[in-house]
Design a protein around this ligand. Structure first.
Ligand code: FMN
Length: 236
């Protein structure tokens, strides 16, 4: 299939305008639109076409009651840090030991966001509340949960990333925004039974989906990228 040249600008615009939105309006998203996004996203490649993804869509009461349950657990954990041991992720999304340059980028990202929101280094309560926005899907009307069968290998997580990115781009092309969320992973013991996931499914991440609240300054946060010349090695 040929690629018409005039698609370049459209595809680049979709990729460049994707950002992690952290405030959404209440504008509803129809089931037909969500289905359309998932359908086109499912064109993502996967090793030997295994398509390891499974998506749970939460809206209305199923979304609201999950938000209530996880916010309560997160709140309890903030009062009693001992409880954190009950909420371990099923897989290591982040390294156990952080090293440069990754830790530096992580810090830059965190303080950049908090700085924009006027949250100072010692302001634990404000940090907690901002973190808890994750567990409200940043007010987005649609929450997505992604699971995988852990029998699949590490390569399936690679496939999964392509699928999740496709969703974000398909959403953007239709005027919606997203925020991929690993924050939910700690609460798989609450989430998996809530969504009706089968025994042994592993939570990959969550995602907020909806229309970004353009008036909220959190959505003006622009993240930098390492230049091509720094991460590319032209092998002679
Ligand atoms: C798999 C994945 C999980 C993420 N988890 C969270 C999260 O839990 N909460 C959050 O606010 N942002 C989360 N992010 C967003 C990243 O912080 C964001 O992608 C990064 O800072 C680059 O910014 P951008 O997405 O606006 O380009 C996640 C991103 C990815 C890809």
């Amino acid at each position: 299939m040929s690629t018409p040249q005039n698609n370049v600008a459209a595809v680049d615009h979709v990729m460049n305008s994707r950002m992690s939105a952290r405030a959404f309006t209440q504008q509803p998203v129809s089931r037909a639109l969500i289905e359309e996004i998932l359908q086109v996203a499912s064109r993502a490649p996967s090793g030997t076409n295994t398509q390891p993804w499974k998506v749970y869509v939460l809206q209305g009461p199923s979304r609201d009651s999950l938000v209530e349950k996880v916010c309560a657990a997160h709140e309890a954990m903030s009062h009693n840090p001992e409880l954190a041991k009950n909420y371990q992720e099923q897989y290591d999304y982040y390294p156990a030991k952080w090293v440069s340059p990754f830790i530096d980028r992580r810090r830059e990202n965190g303080w950049g966001l908090y700085g924009l929101l006027g949250i100072g280094k010692g302001d634990k309560e404000k940090m907690h509340l901002q973190h808890q926005r994750n567990f409200k899907f940043f007010d987005a009307p649609v929450g997505l949960m992604f699971t995988v069968d852990p029998v699949m290998g590490r390569g399936s997580m690679f496939d999964y990333g392509m699928f999740v990115q496709n969703i974000m781009l398909a959403a953007r092309a239709r005027g919606l925004h997203t925020c991929p969320q690993a924050a939910w992973n700690h609460f798989h013991s609450i989430i998996l039974p809530h969504i009706g996931a089968g025994e042994g499914e592993m939570l990959v991440c969550g995602m907020a989906l909806g229309y970004a609240d353009e008036s909220d300054k959190v959505n003006t946060f622009v993240t930098p990228r390492v230049p091509v010349s720094e991460f590319t090695h032209w092998v002679a």
